[in-house]
Design a binder for this molecule. Structure first.
Ligand SMILES: [Zn+2]
Length: 464
């Protein structure tokens, strides 16, 4: 089965041109101008006036994630369908090691959650809650399975927190086996003290979530993560960077020639501390860690994206319902009990197009690079994913750059009862999506099969 995408503006990380893309089976076969379809059965899609871009890659999602007796409300079926609607064709989610459990159990459990349910392709990072020699030995076995990155936490003492010694030992092994360390960089011990003090003063509203997680707690941990990684000789990828003060640490490290990478997320580019002041507990919708920051610093994140001090935009999609006693309402009397996380898997490409190239902040090529190519390269998926080139997977999005629309709960596909961007008008919308050559979104409707998504074995840095 062949598909010919004709007359669109093809945009990759490096090039922009009007051309045709011929897809044969699951792969891109040829790119050119005036390509003719060799067979009568070839499906022809007219993309004139539209952008033809590599499918988005979101390397930070939490589908079906256990949290305090409940779960993030999108599973691998609803979450990947919502992703596809938004123009994202590949996820890297997090498999979580249980305290006292093995990495293999985490891997098996998350394969069980995703296999047979996902509508697009997916890989996993593994979250390690602790370090032991046995777990250290397992890291190599996980790399053999194609899990080539491990996430560690400097936040959440008693839950995910690792001390510096454990972090350092995990990093040393990751460096040896060609894996990458993803780091949640916030000083959790300081934050716990601030939370305890706020609650003791009776400060229980959602905004205290942000006020007890100051930018300095993120900047300090980012600095420490970079130093530990330098000593351990491993690349470090700072996840969900939100504070300009933390970005300055990444910029300085990169200036010194270190392999330091960082992502930010749309919420840190488009929402701000002001959202925590919304009435009637509305601020809880935005409780996530790190928190939303001061609006006046957002332009610094944009310039970091532009000059490559930030290399990726992911979502940290982790939805909990608002009007739900098992969701955000868990923290109605105490901000520290509000489940951390917000939905965003579906809105990333549109928001970053609207605020990025459409607003003149970054080029079209840089937009593609930040949302697809660069995360594919950092996490061992390139060139199978992350570009449109002969031999690459035909994960292709046809994106209408001219349509204007309004993000609303009633037009979203994420399985959650609010949208953090409710009522926001944006330019640009995903129209048609191919995943490995198969049309799965057609003029805005999901026409694919759940369970068709495949697990992706990612390359280690030794295989690059
Ligand atoms: Zn996360």
């Amino acid at each position: 089965m062949k598909t010919l995408i004709k007359g669109g503006t093809v945009v990759t990380a490096t090039d922009t041109y009007v051309g045709d893309v011929l897809v044969d089976g699951e792969l891109v076969q040829a790119i050119g101008t005036s390509l003719e379809s060799p067979e009568e059965s070839t499906r022809v899609i007219d993309a004139s006036g539209k952008l033809v871009i590599p499918g988005g890659i979101d390397v930070h999602t939490h589908l079906d994630m256990p949290f305090g007796g409940t779960y993030s409300v999108d599973d691998f079926e609803t979450g990947t369908i919502a992703a596809a609607h938004g123009g994202t064709t590949c996820l890297v989610d997090f498999a979580i090691q249980e305290q006292g459990g093995t990495l293999r159990e985490a891997y098996d459990t998350w394969r069980g959650k995703a296999d047979g349910k996902a509508a697009v392709d997916y890989g996993f990072h593994i979250i390690m809650r602790e370090y032991s020699d046995a777990l250290g030995r397992e890291m190599g076995a996980m790399v053999d399975e194609g899990v080539t990155s491990f996430k560690l936490f400097m936040a959440y003492p008693g839950v995910f927190y690792m001390d510096d010694g454990q972090i350092f030992r995990s990093m040393q092994i990751a460096g040896d086996i060609g894996a990458t360390i993803c780091m949640h960089a916030e000083n959790g011990l300081v934050i716990d003290a601030l939370v305890e003090q706020a609650l003791a003063r009776g400060n229980t509203e959602p905004r205290y979530h942000a006020l007890t997680r100051p930018p300095e707690a993120e900047a300090e941990a980012t600095h420490r993560a970079i130093c530990l990684a330098e000593m351990a000789k491993v690349p470090v990828y700072i996840v969900h960077l939100s504070a300009a003060e933390a970005l300055a640490e990444v910029t300085a490290a990169r200036g010194r020639g270190l392999e330091t990478f960082a992502e930010t997320c749309p919420q840190y580019l488009f929402l701000s501390y002001d959202n925590y002041e919304e009435p009637d507990f509305g601020g809880a919708k935005y409780v996530m860690s790190p928190p939303l920051r001061d609006k006046s610093k957002q332009h610094l994140l944009w310039s970091g994206l532009k000059r490559n001090d930030l290399q990726a935009i992911s979502t940290d999609h982790c939805p909990f319902c608002f009007n739900d006693p098992e969701g955000k309402l868990l923290g109605a009397q105490d901000f520290s009990k509000i489940p951390n996380g917000a939905p965003g898997i579906e809105t990333r490409m549109t928001l970053t197009f609207d605020g990025g190239p459409a607003a003149g902040r970054i080029s079209l090529n840089r937009w593609v690079e930040l949302t697809s190519t660069s995360p594919a390269k950092i996490f061992g998926l390139f060139p199978q994913k992350g570009t449109i080139a002969p031999g690459s997977d035909a994960d292709i999005v046809i994106f209408d750059p001219n349509v204007e629309w309004e993000i609303r709960l009633d037009n979203q596909h994420m399985r959650v009862d609010y949208n953090p961007y409710e009522g926001r008008r944006v330019r640009g919308r995903t129209e048609t999506v191919l995943s490995r050559g198969e049309v799965i979104i057609e003029n805005g409707d999901f026409v694919g099969q759940t369970g068709r998504g495949r697990f992706l074995k990612r390359k280690s840095r030794h295989e690059d």
